[in-house]
Design a protein around this ligand. Sequence first.
Ligand code: NAD
Ligand code: ZN
Length: 246
Amino acid sequence: MKDLINEAARIIRDSKLTLALTGAGISVESGIPDFRSAGGLWTRFNPEEYATISAFRSAPEKVWEMLSEMGKIVDDAKPNKAHLGLGELERMGFLHTIITQNVDNLHQEGGAKNVIEYHGNSSTLTCLSCGEHYNADEKRHENPPRCGCQEILKPDVVFFGETIPPEALSRSFLLAAGAEALMVIGTSATVSPANTIPTTAKEKGAKIIEINMEKTHLTDYVTDIFLQGSAGEIVEALVAEIKGLL
Ligand code: NAD
Ligand code: ZN
């Protein structure tokens, strides 16, 4: 493992454009469960039933039961060593942009400035009926939150069945095509189209460094260096190794 971390650190030190693609796994050590972990939120709220746009349109009150529980967990969560380490790499000039599938704001709280929120953000709400926008904070006491027109509001996160915000999509694709290194951290890389970012980067010549507790479908086919373990520990070790090379 020590050798692999050293190899990954050298790639990042020498790369002119490094990206990180992150998923729910990077926030597990902050106490936010991913879709695959046993127990907790997602065993009670099946994402296929609760996180689709058709579920929201047909039963928004029911979907808000899940959203408010997730909201409470996210409100209490603090950035962990992986978020903080990526923030530090960005400040040191070794990380250009983070593309995150998460909607928990922990990269920004961990000090990162260049974050593309591929699946949106839960801090704003939109009315699907009249198009009015609200800050989630101003509607915090309402459950479910309603628009002035009485329609139940939807958070500006991307539900299954919705399209990716066009700017996030095009910027991510352009960056992936120009990257020399890509860290893929805590994502099963199964949700489309975020899962095309590693293959796009690889085809254009980027080295792929994957950090995950378990192998994914990328590991044997796309990944160049697989660092198995928790995101917090591995990112911390990687940042220390990069500093040691300077
Ligand atoms: P996923 O649940 O499909 O996969 C999580 C991956 O993280 C798995 O491969 C798992 O092995 C790995 N993992 C778990 N704990 C880890 C740790 N401590 N260190 C390193 N790796 C770890 O998540 P996904 O690929 O991101 O796709 C699910 C979708 O749901 C995404 O859109 C995701 O952002 C969203 N979601 C977001 C949050 C959040 O905002 N924090 C939470 C749950 C789901
Ligand atoms: Zn409205």
